[in-house]
Design a protein around this ligand. Structure first.
Ligand SMILES: Nc1ncnc2c1ncn2[C@@H]1O[C@H](COP(=O)(O)OP(=O)(O)OP(=O)(O)O)[C@@H](O)[C@H]1O
Ligand SMILES: [Mg+2]
Length: 307
């Protein structure tokens, strides 16, 4: 990506009582992008996030926010960060709006217009003047999101934000996060131990295991898409694939072809020219789980492990 990263982890390391909990993490986070931080229980997500929010000092390495060290220039660097911790603290007997007003006073330059704007962004307009005690868990999470956004952070960190939400709540939260990343150009970093959730929410995924980053990958990587082609006669399709030097696997009624999207029209033209009857051409996205299993040779990401 050509843009400058907003956040950079450089050799971030944490040792506690001789144990290396976090081992030289290097990671760049970009504006408008949602990066998932995926790893099993105890992998080191929260420890990393604590260092990224200045709650814990790294043993080695540093966190840079727009090029400025969080450790060296704490005040200025942290003013660009929005954080949602588990169960954001809210005054339950006050309305959502009063809560936001209260938090707005902690920052300089948060206008009433800005409060209205974040309320709209998280879809709480209708209920914002009701007491927080009447809110569902999902609404409280969204209020937490609104609060974290008040001061227009360039970088938003969320540690397991969907814990306890039902599938509809997760979907809703995801929609608002995506909207915020797109509308405000915020770089979002969201941790989870749930593969399926991260897969749907993120543009990019960093996988951590035993304190080490074992992979960083882009989601929806069309370059490696596999297309399933259902057509007759299959022998002709195989001939065409060979001609075009496309790798394929034969299935019952069709072929799985490994081609970039740009090559699909050429393939279709050739099949039509060869008088092949085409019934379907479908992209087959590999799920993250399949990719992960491939990568680790059968290891499970979601299971807990002991060191
Ligand atoms: N203050 C501490 N002292 C000693 N060990 C710690 C401390 N904090 C965390 N750890 C250890 O560091 C490792 C990583 O913990 P961490 O909480 O960062 O994992 P996590 O990826 O957030 O897990 P989860 O998915 O369960 O939230 C664990 O083995 C944990 O026991
Ligand atoms: Mg954690």
């Amino acid at each position: 990506m050509a843009q400058q990263p907003i956040v950079q982890l450089r050799n971030l390391t944490k040792v506690i009582r001789g144990k290396k909990l976090i081992d030289s993490l290097n990671l760049d986070l970009y504006p408008g992008q949602i990066t998932g931080f995926l790893g099993p229980n105890g992998a080191g997500k929260t420890t990393t996030i604590r260092m990224m929010t200045g709650l814990m000092h790294p043993t080695e390495g540093e966190v840079l926010i727009e090029g400025q060290s969080l450790q060296g220039h704490y005040e200025e660097a942290i003013s660009k960060v929005g954080v949602i911790v588990e169960n954001p603290e809210m005054y339950k007997y006050m309305s959502g709006y009063k809560n936001l007003l209260h938090f707005a006073r902690m920052h300089r330059q948060v206008s009433k217009e800005r409060i209205d704007e974040v309320v709209r962004q998280v879809g709480l307009e209708k209920r914002i003047h009701e007491k927080v005690s009447t809110y569902s868990l999902g609404m409280r999470q969204r209020l937490g999101l609104a609060q974290a956004l008040l001061h227009r952070p360039k970088f938003l960190i969320l540690d397991e934000p969907t814990n306890g939400l039902d599938p509809a709540g997760i979907r809703e939260f995801r929609t608002y996060l995506r909207k915020i990343a797109a509308e405000e150009g915020v770089s979002v970093f969201v941790s989870s131990h749930l593969l399926s959730e991260i897969e749907l929410m993120c543009d990019r995924i960093a996988i951590i295991q035993n304190g080490q980053l074992i992979d960083i990958r882009e989601m929806h990587n069309e370059a490696e898409t596999v297309y399933y082609v259902e057509a007759e006669p299959l022998a002709k399709v195989q001939e065409v694939a060979q001609q075009l030097q496309i790798e394929y696997i034969v299935q019952a009624k069709g072929l799985e072809l490994q081609i970039p999207k740009e090559q699909v029209p050429q393939l279709v033209n050739e099949l039509v020219a060869q008088q092949v009857n085409i019934f379907a051409i479908q992209p087959q996205q590999k799920t993250l789980e399949e990719q992960f299993l491939e990568m680790t040779g059968g290891g499970q990401i979601a299971e807990s492990h002991t060191k």
